[in-house]
Design a protein around this ligand. Structure first.
Ligand SMILES: CC(C)(COP(=O)(O)OP(=O)(O)OC[C@H]1O[C@@H](n2cnc3c(N)ncnc32)[C@H](O)[C@@H]1OP(=O)(O)O)[C@@H](O)C(=O)NCCC(=O)NCCS
Length: 178
């Protein structure tokens, strides 16, 4: 199967419109490390967050995910960038559900990993995912991430504390995989 073409671009303040809308969708935010309150963020908070990302003042290297024809469909980031140990944590959301399960997540991760490994000379990229987020785990495995272990009762959700799976991909594995 051929992966769809995606572009990653720097965030713009106008991205707040889509972002705000996506974050009202419980199906989208269910497994995100955000508060379970509704609505999760006000438009004001969403804009402030995007501004902080643009200013690089919150430790996030966050980018917008676009389809080949320029449609904004989500965001992807690297955070907790540990320059000494050369690793960082990846996060991704395809906010527009019409674009789920079509390979856009995998395509965006590929682009972000390539950029991260080169830009920050990372040795490893890791992530944490709720154990019951099967769609995401499948996508991460397809992208080359390998299970590292289970973080017990690692996230507090409205339904209680849940385990998270820690996964990672090494630079050597990524470039070997093409
Ligand atoms: C998790 C998430 C990022 C995955 O992204 P996605 O675009 O839906 O998923 P993928 O890119 O992995 O798509 C794979 C699907 O595309 C299909 N596909 C199409 N072309 C493909 C290709 N070239 N290679 C692989 N799969 C392809 C596959 O068949 C697969 O479908 P299936 O799951 O029915 O088998 C997305 O679902 C999401 O944003 N979820 C909500 C937020 C969230 O949970 N984020 C993660 C928090 S840790």
């Amino acid at each position: 199967m051929k992966l769809p073409n995606v572009k990653l671009r720097e965030l713009k303040l106008e991205d707040a419109e889509d972002r705000y809308k996506w974050c009202l969708d419980k199906e989208v935010t269910k497994y995100l490390n955000v508060l379970d309150t509704y609505p999760p963020f006000t438009m004001e908070e969403t804009k402030n967050w995007i501004q902080k990302c643009m200013d690089k003042s919150n430790g996030y290297e966050q980018k917008a995910i676009l389809t080949e024809d320029g449609k904004h469909i989500g965001w992807i980031d690297l955070k907790n960038i540990d320059r000494f140990n050369q690793h960082a944590e990846l996060g991704i959301t395809i906010g527009d559900r019409a674009f789920w399960r079509k390979g856009y997540g995998i395509a965006a991760m590929k682009k972000m990993l390539e950029w991260g490994f080169r830009e920050f000379h990372l040795h490893k990229v890791w992530l944490r995912v709720d154990m019951d987020n099967h769609r995401a785990i499948k996508s991460y495995k397809r992208s080359g991430f390998i299970e590292e272990g289970i973080l017990r009762e690692d996230r507090k959700r409205s339904d209680g504390f849940v385990d998270r799976l820690r996964m990672s991909i090494l630079q050597s594995e990524f470039f070997k995989g093409g």
